[in-house]
Design a binder for this molecule. Structure first.
Ligand code: ADQ
Length: 460
């Protein structure tokens, strides 16, 4: 029998009843096993070396570490989001290397390890999430932690050549090798991770496919993340029954929902919608694009630039195509409440997901789950989103090809009902296979099955 589950993620829910797919799945897993959830305190500026602050205790406990303003700038906006995020998303042109950012990233991980280690017993399972904590297992091992430690990377695994952009490229493999299990979103990401170890003279492949790295052995597997399918579908149905979701949105609504991030391919999406508008005959029915994209990480220059670029394109296209009673592109800059979002998906004839790189993309899965199976809308999905690996019955597009995306919009809006139903059924089956509860159970079971860690310390 294993001990408790210990989860570490940058964001930690502060509500008694958390909402949102991932948060709900982790919450449910912790309710079953009891344990701890550790993350950054939502308010910055508290004491940074004063232990972990308890923010909730029920069937499990939530603990937070504090970040100073400077740490937030250097660790979160700096190394995490101006080095690791662009490297993992194939945008090495946007990497901003600052020695003090890297130093703070390592220092925050060292401090979190010190605060966390006192709460971990040998038979616990520790599950660490995402690129903010790549060196955390190495730091925990240095402190003598022997528990099984797993890592899940929510974003794409970087290409080997992009890793050379890191200030100290050899660190990446060493950080990962301190975990017992490395979980990735897709088979493609798993192949990239194994390729990195294959190219590393410090690594050796074992007959069972695990990787030996100095004195440690780790497993690398894919665990495609999903959503809470039934809950989301029920919310979409309830919205349709309960509310008139803006009748002035028009009949042929195309929806896009994203954080405003350069990885989501938004400028090309707008250009493709413009090309679709340009190609339509005057007697064709009108279609509108509803784009919901709240800005994030606005203190990073690349995020400010994408916002300006999008506003320019939307303004230009509306100037060219709008009429007194029709605005072809509606662009909303704020988050929309989840139930309303579910209803908007259900009301939309098509959804555009055009990521240039994306770990999975949950919007694609939410859109499919929200549809009326009898009269479903059509998902247009970038083949560079992790979701495309299993949702092959969506209309798959190359997000760099404006004409192909414009054609896909026409095809989706004209698609006969039988074809829409058949494609939707196949996509929904893929979404069900990766339901978020299944995802969490599979990861935890796989971590529990890892052989116990005999040696601590190890490399570096
Ligand atoms: P994200 O990059 O944030 O996630 P995504 O997977 O699409 O991308 O998840 C976004 C979530 O936020 C969805 O649940 C969506 O509904 C919600 N959301 C986005 N914009 C919203 C808005 N304006 N209003 C309300 N809700 C909004 C990262 C990785 C992804 C990976 C996930 C999960 O980049 O590739 O799929 O983690 O692992």
């Amino acid at each position: 029998m294993s001990g408790k589950l210990v989860v570490v993620s940058n964001r930690i829910p502060t509500d008694a009843a958390p909402s949102g797919g991932l948060v709900v799945a982790v919450h449910d897993a912790l309710e079953q096993s009891g344990g701890l959830w550790v993350g950054a305190h939502p308010e910055r500026g508290g004491p940074t070396d004063d232990g972990l602050t308890e923010i909730a205790r029920d069937s499990y406990t939530r603990l937070a570490f504090h970040l100073s303003e400077e740490e937030y700038d250097n660790y979160y906006l700096g190394f995490s989001n101006s080095v690791l995020w662009p490297i993992c998303h194939g945008r090495i042109d946007l990497v901003e290397i600052e020695r003090c950012h890297e130093a703070t990233y390592l220092a925050v991980n060292r401090r979190v390890a010190r605060l966390l280690a006192q709460h971990i017993e040998d038979d616990d399972l520790v599950w660490i999430h995402d690129y903010h904590f790549l060196p955390l297992a190495q730091e925990l091992r240095r402190l003598g932690v022997r528990a099984r430690i797993g890592f899940f990377l929510h974003i794409p695994f970087p290409q080997l050549s992009a890793l050379s952009t890191l200030p100290t490229p050899d660190d990446f493999a060493r950080w990962l090798a301190a975990f017992d299990l490395v979980g990735l979103q897709t088979r493609r990401d798993t192949a990239r991770c194994l390729e990195m170890f294959r190219a590393d003279p410090r690594a050796e492949f074992m007959p069972d496919g695990t990787v030996k790295f100095h004195d440690r052995v780790l497993a690398v597997r894919s665990f495609p993340i999903g959503i809470e399918v039934d809950g989301f579908a029920a919310a979409a149905r309830a919205q349709q029954d309960a509310a008139d979701l803006g009748s002035d949105l028009g009949d042929r609504l195309v929806i896009g929902v994203d954080r405003l991030d350069y990885s989501k391919g938004l400028p090309n999406r707008f250009r493709a919608f413009g090309a679709f508008l340009g190609a339509r005959a005057p007697e064709d029915p009108r279609a509108s694009l509803l784009q919901i994209a709240p800005p994030t990480r606005e203190r990073v220059a690349a995020y400010r630039a994408i916002r300006t670029e999008l506003e320019e394109i939307a303004g230009r296209l509306n100037g060219e195509f709008a009429t007194l009673d029709w605005t072809p592109i509606r662009y909303i800059h704020h988050a929309v409440e989840r139930d309303l979002l579910a209803g908007l998906y259900r009301r939309s004839a098509a959804c555009l997901v055009t990521s240039l790189a994306d770990g999975m993309n949950l919007v694609a899965k939410e859109y499919v789950a929200a549809q009326d199976p009898d009269d479903p809308g059509v998902l247009i999905l970038s083949r560079f989103a992790g979701a495309a690996e299993d949702m092959t019955d969506a209309i798959l597009v190359n997000p760099y090809d404006i004409t192909e995306m414009a054609d896909a919009i026409s095809t989706a809006l004209a698609m006969p009902r039988d074809e829409r139903r058949a494609r939707h059924e196949a996509c929904l089956a893929a979404v069900r296979d990766s339901d978020v509860a299944v995802w969490a159970d599979r990861f935890v079971a796989c971590l529990r099955a890892c052989p116990p860690t005999l040696m601590v310390g190890g490399p570096g």
